[in-house]
Ligand binder design. Structure first.
Ligand SMILES: Nc1ncnc2c1ncn2[C@@H]1O[C@H](COP(=O)(O)OP(=O)(O)O)[C@@H](O)[C@H]1O
Ligand SMILES: [Mg+2]
Length: 267
């Protein structure tokens, strides 16, 4: 399988006034075409920063990101990001219009995209809902529509930042099953951020573990698909990943230079 995404020695430092905060530091990894990888770690460990760098939303201080051998310097339709928030669609457009809008922006032709938009809605289990507005849908349905819109522009890489984090357990389970089928059918490459270990195990081929802005290790998922939870192999893999997180992970804020905050506090 060929390599699609290469992240080499990426460092992102945020500057606010005199303080420098480490987003991520010296990150290296590759993702093969068609693979599904998850990034896990506690809040504040740099997961979103890394995703935003890959999307081209952030300028890095050091390192190189390339997609299909081409350097990533700015956002582009070859990478589509899906966020945790449930309101990512244009609220004044119907679902079908949301998808057609995205397809027209990327493909400037005069093609009638309506049929294609319906096909993408069907792919995510929303057939018949093309005429609905986002406010008429549940959170899970809105995330499905966001996935349909993302896939409709045929990105090479889907970047997902805790996309199911705001959903209830039932909607989550259903959307996991749907999304895995869609991933297998489309062959799209996925980089998926979560702080939920089971979600990472259920969905991905490989798990990258982050702590304090650094990549602590990567663990291949040994479980075959579909993933059954009620087997010893699942439980032992869950333990392995949990142990790794317990040992290594901390999501505390990191300053690039020694902090002067608190130095003048008098008690
Ligand atoms: N725009 C920003 N300006 C300054 N610091 C930021 C900014 N975005 C993130 N950070 C800091 O970078 C670190 C990593 O944040 P983030 O990537 O959002 O972590 P995660 O997604 O794992 O919760 C945190 O310490 C956070 O406070
Ligand atoms: Mg985040």
């Amino acid at each position: 399988m060929s390599n699609l995404l290469t992240v080499s020695e990426i460092t992102k430092i945020y500057e606010s006034g005199k303080r420098k905060v480490v987003g991520v530091k010296n990150i290296n990894f590759c993702v093969n075409k068609g693979h599904f990888i998850s990034i896990i770690g506690p809040s504040g460990c740099g997961k979103s920063t890394l995703l935003r760098c890959i999307a081209g939303f952030e300028k890095t201080n050091n390192g190189k990101i390339s997609l299909n051998g081409r350097p990533v310097t700015k956002p582009g339709p070859d990478r589509f990001m899906i966020f945790q928030g449930l309101d990512q669609l244009f609220p004044w457009l119907t679902l079908k219009e949301n998808i057609v809008f995205a397809m027209r922006v990327v493909d400037k032709g005069r093609e009638n995209f309506n049929k294609k938009a319906e096909a993408y809605l069907e792919l995510v289990g929303l057939e018949g809902f093309g005429g609905f507005h986002p406010y008429q849908l549940s959170g899970g349905m809105k995330q499905r529509a966001s996935i349909a819109r993302a896939l409709s522009v045929r990105p090479k890489l889907l970047l997902m930042d805790e996309p199911f984090g705001s959903l209830d357990a039932f909607s989550r389970r259903a959307i996991h099953q749907m999304f895995l089928k869609v991933w297998q059918k489309t062959g799209v490459t996925v980089v998926f951020v979560t702080h939920d270990i089971e979600e990472a195990i259920d969905l991905s081929d490989k798990i990258l573990v982050f702590s304090q802005g650094k990549l602590k290790g990567s663990i291949e998922n040994p479980l075959s698909r579909p993933r059954e939870k009620d087997i010893p192999a699942y439980r032992s893999f869950l333990l392995k990943v949990s142990d790794f997180l317990d040992e290594e992970c901390d999501g505390c804020l990191r300053l690039e230079e020694p902090s002067t905050v608190g130095a003048k506090l008098a008690f």
